[in-house]
Design a protein around this ligand. Structure first.
Ligand code: BGC
Length: 767
């Protein structure tokens, strides 16, 4: 496609027409010039290709497809390979189905456990979310299908999602809500980005110039097109100028007309229209010239892949007395509606019409050691005595009881948030009663986000399976019976109570204003700082084998922030069976006058180890691993100091540490000196320090002389005189520290006048 030639041949009307959808899922064609329509579809856990009635809420049917584990689950794999493989599978399916772009991954940060779409999002941690999103994008795009990373930005609630204003300070955006997008854009170059519904600091994301042009394109180098979330456009003309290229779905062409009129009236520069057309055509061309409609889509093979990957995502949370794995000779009561009808995906635009679903009971078909009882249903929340009695009777007869529990569909979905973190009463009651009847009770959880576990001390085993995709039953069986050794880790903290969550006080907002008041202290960044007791910490997960860590090394004891640091650690499988370990690297910054989390995740590797095997794992850390966003510099900044490199099993279980001195090479900007600058802050102005310290000394001397005159030392023994000296030095220091420069005038008894001081300050400011 000769894009420049096409642009020069298009009328303004044709150009404007390309900037909105033809229908729910297609871009417009310009037949006269041979520009084809292309199709975009949800995403992101499989294909939701609607060939008839289109909608963005998962209401109308879509073609049969394969539902992979949801992002909440795949994040728990902590494994880039899992995401890459899913991406490749989806890419093949898209080629087969003639889809140019799949709408995902969704990388919004899990600010609160109750966000309705948490099941679709990766993590409370931006590093993890960014790494995994990049891997998914690389997988899909290796098949020459575009991805659409979404929803940019600060879209961490469903409540009033199309009108709410996320009020987030600059540092918090840069450190928490942006990096998943930034990493993915820089590392994996998604073809498209979807702007979110919400406003950000007063402006709709769909018309936010700073967001879509200055940050996304100018800073991060994004070169694809930006598409609106479905229906996110408010002022289309402003949106074009801000960098929103494609409006989806098309607003019945009314906005195309507005664009044309705005250009004609001189309210919009035609260059902006050309730029958007150029970006949209470039992606259409990239797709069209790499189409492979003969790509096979082997759904059965992808079902098997979905099963294999779902098992990689499961997190073993509790395994008292080694109750798991179950041995084939044991008689097992399998209890719970979800064992027969798995809950494996969430509601809304990501909803897949699975070509088949494999429940735990399906996977156990023919196993004569299994007795099943339903235990609860998903319609009624209150316990059903008859069902519970049947379940208890089954459990009493078995060696072990496995309860498949979780959240019903209605509890979590796109479009609304949860109001609490509880499971339905009927399930909590069932678990308690079964646990009383059978001491070897194990709970499997199918849910998309954290829940309270009031029964945690009454059961021996717990597995968090999240929403594991259409083959979750087979994966559940594989982990329960030990064919797969669980290796998932929690990509989010499970608080004991919802009220413990840092966003609790302001989540959802007042009216349309949602202030992200906890700032950078999201998830474990808050819980660890406050030392809040949690149910399960970020990064936590057990295995059927055991691992030890040793020989933590750093490539240098001290570095500059422009250097890279290599960190290595040896990991050994000391158990009897093979297993996978997730090695987590956190960095703990020095105390530095800026509020920072205790530690932040800066590296993750997952390795597989045979019994007795040791492997060395290496991480490379660069400036960003040590930096925070400095709001005066409007840039990343590394304060000089001692940073602790930590290798941990979770954010709460640090095994090995090493300290590295990092020297920042950028100086923080300094305000001009005034008479109100305090002595402590003078350290940042060496010249001023040199010139003013003696004057301070004089002023302080004047204070202590006047103390002496007031008879402070009367009756003092030699000992108390020494003590006084120590105290007064300390006190003197403290008083000095917070003393403004004008103190030199106030306390020197006329030694320096105000005018003289101002003169010195003016001179120093000029130097
Ligand atoms: C969702 C997007 C989705 C789009 C198209 C919107 O409601 O927020 O994630 O891709 O619809 O279905």
């Amino acid at each position: 496609m000769d894009i420049e030639k096409l642009i020069s041949e298009m009328t303004l009307e044709e150009k404007a027409s390309l900037l909105s959808g033809d229908d729910f899922w297609h871009t417009k064609a310009v037949e006269r010039l041979g520009i084809p329509r292309t199709m975009l579809s949800d995403g992101p856990h499989g294909l939701r290709k609607q060939d008839q009635g289109g909608d963005h809420l998962g209401v109308n049917d879509s073609i049969k497809a394969v539902c992979f584990p949801a992002a909440s689950a795949t994040a728990a794999s902590f494994d880039r390979e899992v995401l890459r493989k899913i991406g490749e599978g989806i890419g093949d399916a898209c080629q087969h189905e003639d889809l140019s772009v799949i709408l995902g991954p969704a990388v919004n940060i899990k600010r609160s456990p109750v966000c309705g779409r948490n099941f679709e999002y990766f993590s409370e941690d931006p590093y993890l979310a960014g790494e995994l999103a990049a891997a998914l994008i690389q997988g899909v795009q290796s098949r020459n299908i575009g991805t659409c990373i979404k929803h940019f930005a600060a879209n961490s609630q469903e409540h009033r999602r199309m009108s709410s204003d996320s009020v987030v300070d600059e540092r918090t955006l840069r450190e928490i809500y942006f990096p998943a997008f930034e990493t993915a854009v820089k590392k994996a170059k998604p073809w498209t980005v979807m702007c979110s519904y919400n406003r950000l600091n007063g402006e709709f994301a769909s018309q936010h110039h700073w967001l879509l042009t200055e940050v996304l394109r100018n800073e991060w180098g994004f070169d694809g097109y930006v598409v609106s979330d479905w229906g996110a456009v408010s002022d289309r003309v402003k949106g074009v100028a801000a960098g929103l290229d494609l409006e989806m779905p098309g607003s019945g062409r009314t906005n195309d007309i507005r664009i044309v009129n705005a250009v004609k009236d001189g309210k919009l520069d035609e260059k902006n229209v050309d730029e958007s057309v150029r970006r949209i055509l470039a992606i259409i061309d990239r797709y069209e010239s790499n189409r492979r409609p003969d790509t096979p889509w082997d759904m059965e093979a992808q079902h098997d892949l979905a099963r294999e990957l779902a098992a990689e995502c499961m997190v073993l949370l509790k395994n008292e007395d080694g109750v798991l794995p179950i041995s084939s000779a044991e008689k097992v009561a399998v209890i719970g509606k979800f064992a027969a009808a798995a809950r494996y995906q969430g509601g809304g635009s990501s909803h897949i019409n699975s070509f088949k679903v494999e429940s735990l009971l399906d996977a156990l078909e023919g196993n004569e050691n299994i007795i099943y009882a339903q235990g609860y249903d998903t319609v009624n929340e209150e316990p059903d005595e008859i069902m519970i009695t049947q379940a208890v009777a089954a459990a009493a007869k078995a060696d072990k009881a496995v309860i498949v529990a979780g959240l019903p569909d209605s509890f979590e979905s796109e479009g609304y948030d949860r109001t609490h973190m509880r499971m339905p009463n009927c399930q909590n009651e069932l678990i308690r009663r079964v646990a009383q009847a059978n001491p070897n009770t194990i709970v499997i959880l199918y849910n998309g986000s954290p829940i309270e576990m009031p029964w945690i001390n009454e059961v021996k085993g717990v597995i968090e399976a999240y929403l594991g995709g259409q083959a979750v039953g087979g994966a559940t069986k594989a982990v329960l019976w030990g064919d797969v050794n669980p290796s998932g880790r929690l990509p989010e903290t499970f608080p004991v109570h919802l009220e413990d969550n840092p966003s609790y006080l302001t989540y959802g907002g007042e009216g349309n204003t949602a202030v992200y008041s906890e700032g950078v202290f999201v998830g474990y960044r808050y819980y660890d700082k406050k030392k809040v007791n949690v149910l399960f910490p970020f990064g936590y997960g057990l295995s059927y084998t055991a691992f030890t860590y040793s020989n933590l090394t750093v490539s240098a004891p001290s570095i500059k922030d422009t250097d890279t640091l290599t960190v290595t650690v040896d990991v050994t499988n000391t158990g009897e069976i093979a297993g996978k370990e997730v090695i987590q690297l956190y960095v703990q910054p020095p105390v530095c006058g800026v509020f920072r989390p205790v530690r932040e995740l800066k590296g993750v590797e997952k390795i597989s180890l045979a019994p007795g095997e040791t492997k060395r794992v290496a991480f490379t850390l660069e400036k960003r691993a040590f930096a925070y966003w400095n709001q005066d510099l409007h840039d990343w900044f590394v304060p000089t100091g001692a940073y602790t490199i930590e290798i941990g099993r979770s954010s709460r279980d640090i095994e090995l540490t090493r300290t590295v001195e990092v020297t920042g090479t950028v100086s923080a900007p300094t305000e001009p000196l005034t008479v109100n600058t305090i002595f402590m802050d003078l350290q940042k102005y060496p010249k001023a320090m040199e010139a003013l310290k003696p004057l301070f000394g004089k002023a302080m001397g004047a204070i202590s002389n006047s103390e002496e005159k007031s008879g402070f030392e009367e009756n003092a023994s030699e000992e108390s005189a020494a003590a006084k000296e120590a105290i007064s030095e300390e006190m003197g220091d403290a008083m000095m520290r917070y003393m403004p420069l004008r103190g030199i005038v106030s306390f020197s008894g006329g030694f320096v006048s105000y005018d003289q001081l101002q003169e010195i300050i003016d001179k120093l400011n000029q130097e």
